[in-house]
Design a protein around this ligand. Structure first.
Ligand SMILES: [Zn+2]
Length: 413
């Protein structure tokens, strides 16, 4: 039965159509410890709906960003590939938009300054906006001026008044985490000088559907964007998209370039029309395109469980490698607990000694794999499976194999 109470966070229409319903699960980063293991856990629905009006795919908001992002344990600079991606972006933006020592670059959700540091190194004035106080502090320590705010229409205006308008505003991997979407996009516009450019990167909904990335659905990701939906959200809030490109972060993302609709200085790049055409061919504005997804996700669950059941019935021992946020969506949706996975390992010391939310599997340091010599290793961050299999090359010494759960279940030597 449709929940007629949910409304689209962009256009306000009632949401009646399901993309996929993954049941309910705890917040993916609420790991348990010995004390909380003795208590109950809060489970929230994980039901993605798509708006029949603007085709924005979305989850209801059960948890406020202030609860998730005010103190944050993720530092972007920990990931070398992320910092390299940021450096290439900075070089491109400086040359394409002719940024100089009199320009200003602002990043929203600037994390620890992983991106702005590349502009600062070229003597271009920067300002980071990062709500997580501990992460903002780290950015300032690196010499990246950073203020701690959540962006909205009013904060966008007051930051512009206090710090001056921006020639370039970057907002990467934050749009999905923004429950008040229209407010946020208006805030982006307020930060901009009339001639300025805003670039935004977000995971592409077409990749989520085509490549079966349903484990990237979790409560902290409020919205799942197509170019179609983003173009509408931006237009409603006074921004015009004049270019788009694909980037390979998070299983396939889009980077859009926008400017104030009132100025419209840039010619539309042919890539914009190509993207519109590709999404039309995909069926981006047809509800059937979305309603089919459920069958695909359910089939993946059955295939994975079939594999795990077969191996366990044959007496094989299986453990899990890696506890990324998305791993918990997969474990909870499929009902994989210590009956299938003896334990999990993770390199992050913060996670070791804890237990996965909902499924309560103990988490150990990776060395444990070499001590207990399991027969199979389920690779949770399957998008970096090559890297993981390289790190664990020694397990082949006792004949262990890898199980990659997505996009389709595979056993690899
Ligand atoms: Zn809508």
């Amino acid at each position: 039965m449709p929940n007629t109470k949910s409304k689209c966070r962009h256009c306000g229409a009632e949401l009646h159509h399901t993309l996929v319903d993954l049941g309910s699960s705890p917040l993916c980063n609420s790991l348990l410890d010995d004390a909380t293991l003795q208590k109950g856990e809060a489970f929230y629905p994980l039901h993605v709906r798509v708006c029949g009006g603007c085709f924005l795919a979305q989850l209801d908001e059960f948890v406020s960003p202030a609860d998730i992002f005010s103190e944050y344990s993720y530092f972007s600079s920990f990931s070398e590939s992320f910092v390299a991606h940021a450096r290439r972006y900075a070089e491109m933006a400086i040359s394409r938009f002719g940024l100089t020592g009199t320009s200003k670059v602002v990043e929203v959700a600037s994390n620890d300054g992983y991106l702005l540091q590349h502009f600062a190194a070229r003597s271009i004035p920067v300002l980071g906006i990062e709500p997580a106080l501990n992460v903002a502090e780290e950015a300032r320590r690196k010499g990246v001026p950073t203020i701690s705010h959540f962006l909205g229409a009013a904060t966008g205006m007051s930051i512009r008044n206090e710090h001056g308008p921006a020639d370039l505003v970057a907002a990467n991997n934050v749009l999905a985490h923004t429950p008040h979407l229209n407010e946020f996009v208006t805030g982006l516009r307020h930060l901009l000088r009339e001639t300025g450019v805003v670039t935004v990167e977000f995971p592409h909904l077409v990749r989520l559907i085509e490549d079966n990335l349903f484990d990237t659905i979790y409560h902290e990701h409020f919205s799942y964007f197509s170019f179609y939906a983003v173009e509408r959200v931006f237009a409603t809030n006074g921004l015009r998209i004049f270019d788009v490109e694909t980037v390979d972060t998070h299983g396939g993302s889009l980077r859009i370039y926008a400017e104030c609709a009132s100025t419209a200085r840039h010619a539309e790049d042919p890539r914009v029309q190509e993207m519109r055409r590709a999404e039309q061919a995909f069926g981006i504005d047809k509800l059937d395109t979305y309603s089919r997804y459920t069958q695909q996700v359910e089939k993946t669950k059955r295939d994975l469980l079939e594999t795990l059941i077969r191996l366990r019935n044959a007496g094989k021992r299986i453990v899990g490698y890696g506890v990324p946020g998305k791993g918990n969506t997969l474990l909870n949706y499929c009902g994989i607990r210590s009956d299938f996975l003896e334990y999990m390992v993770d390199r992050n010391p913060y996670k070791q000694g804890k237990f996965t939310p909902g499924t309560r599997i103990p988490i150990y340091p990776p060395e444990r794999i070499h001590e207990t010599r399991p027969d199979f290793i389920l690779v949770m961050p399957w998008n970096i499976k090559a890297e993981v299999m390289e790190q664990l090359a020694a397990v082949r010494g006792w004949g262990a194999k890898f199980i990659v759960p997505l996009p389709a279940v595979k056993i690899l030597d």
